[in-house]
Design a protein around this ligand. Structure first.
Ligand code: SIN
Ligand code: FE2
Length: 215
C-alpha cells in the first residue's frame, strides 16, 4: 500500500507543502548536468568545508557558496559575507544556469522576479544531517527560498513557525525543487540523517542548492 501511495505522490509534479510553499517534482532534472558541471568549476575556487556553529560544533554537512553573498557560520555567529573566509576572496560568481533555474522555479511557484544574490551549496555524505532551523539571516524576508536537490534521496523535514510544531517528512529526490515563501517563509525545516546509497550520477552524496536574496 505504501508503495502505491509513493507512486501516486511522485507522479504529480507539483505538491503543495503549505500556504506559499510548493514542491516541484523533477523540475531541475533536465538542467542537472549543467548545474553539476558548473558546480565542479566553482568548487575548485571555493572548496566545500565543514563550518563551525556558534556553539563550537563542526557541521556534518559540508558547505560552500556562490553569488555576491555567502552564508557562513563560525564561533561569532551566522551571517552573510561577500568574502569567503576560507580563501579570503569573493565567492565565485553565480553561474547563469543556477540563477536561471532558481528564477524560473520561483516564478512557477508564484514568486515572479526572484533574483537571488546568494546560493548556499550543501553536500551531504551518508550520516550527515541538518537540524531544524529557520532561514532568517536574509535582510528582506519578502523573497522566497528556492531549494534544489541533487544526488541521493533525502527526507526533508518541514515544520511550522515554532520549533515544537509538528513536522511533515517529505522525500526529496534528484531534480526536485522546493520553494517556500510568503506565510511559509519562516517555517522550521531540516534534513534527516542521509541514508547510505549509490546515486547513478553523484554516487554516495546529496547536493542541495539553496537560493536566497540575502542583501
Ligand atoms: C537548507 O535548509 O539550507 C538545506 C535544505 C536541504 O538540504 O534540502
Ligand atoms: Fe535552511
Amino acid at each position: 500500500m505504501s508503495d502505491l501511495f509513493d507512486k501516486l505522490a511522485t507522479s504529480e509534479p507539483r505538491e503543495a507543502l503549505g500556504e506559499g510553499a510548493v514542491l516541484l517534482r523533477g523540475y531541475a532534472l533536465s538542467e542537472a548536468p549543467a548545474l553539476l558541471s558548473a558546480l565542479d568549476q566553482l568548487v575548485s575556487q571555493a572548496p566545500f568545508r565543514h563550518m563551525v556553529t556558534p556553539g563550537g560544533y563542526a557541521m556534518s554537512v559540508a558547505m560552500t557558496n556562490c553569488g555576491a553573498a555567502g552564508w557562513v557560520t563560525d564561533r561569532s555567529g551566522y551571517r552573510y559575507d561577500a568574502i569567503d573566509p576560507h580563501t579570503g576572496r569573493p565567492w565565485p560568481v553565480m553561474p547563469a544556469c543556477f540563477a536561471g533555474l532558481a528564477t524560473a522555479a520561483a516564478e512557477t511557484a508564484g514568486y515572479p522576479g526572484f533574483d537571488p544574490d546568494a546560493c548556499l551549496i550543501n553536500r551531504y555524505a551518508p550520516g550527515a544531517r541538518l537540524s531544524l532551523h529557520q532561514d532568517r539571516n536574509e535582510l528582506d524576508l519578502a523573497h522566497p527560498i528556492v531549494s534544489v536537490s541533487l544526488g541521493l534521496p533525502a527526507t526533508f523535514q518541514f515544520g511550522g513557525m515554532k520549533r515544537s510544531d509538528p513536522v511533515r517528512r517529505i522525500g526529496l529526490r534528484h531534480g526536485d525543487v522546493a520553494v517556500w515563501g510568503g506565510p511559509s517563509r519562516l517555517r522550521f525545516h531540516g534534513v534527516a540523517e542521509l541514508k547510505d546509497g549509490h546515486h547513478e550520477v553523484l554516487g554516495r552524496q546529496r547536493i542541495n542548492l539553496t537560493f536566497r536574496v540575502a542583501f
